[in-house]
Design a protein around this ligand. Structure first.
Ligand code: FES
Length: 67
């Protein structure tokens, strides 16, 4: 799905940027021009970044904390 219409950036491209080491929307913007024109996509782009980082962190934990 397109997150940034101005620059044709998809959620998949944003997740790939995180997989390649981006840890914030700012980092993603170093490789993708997302949210650098009208800015309407900024909140959505940030949400994709944050959710994917959280997913990666959760999957890196061998066991969920209990209690
Ligand atoms: S939709 Fe992303 S900058 Fe305009």
């Amino acid at each position: 799905m397109y997150v940034c219409v101005c620059h044709g950036v998809t959620d998949r491209a944003i997740r790939e940027a995180v997989d390649d080491g981006a840890t914030s929307l700012y980092d993603v913007q170093c490789t993708l021009a997302v949210a650098s024109c009208c800015g309407r996509c900024e909140d959505s782009a940030r949400q994709v970044v944050d959710e994917h980082i959280e997913k990666r962190v959760a999957s890196a934990r061998p066991f969920a904390a209990s209690g």
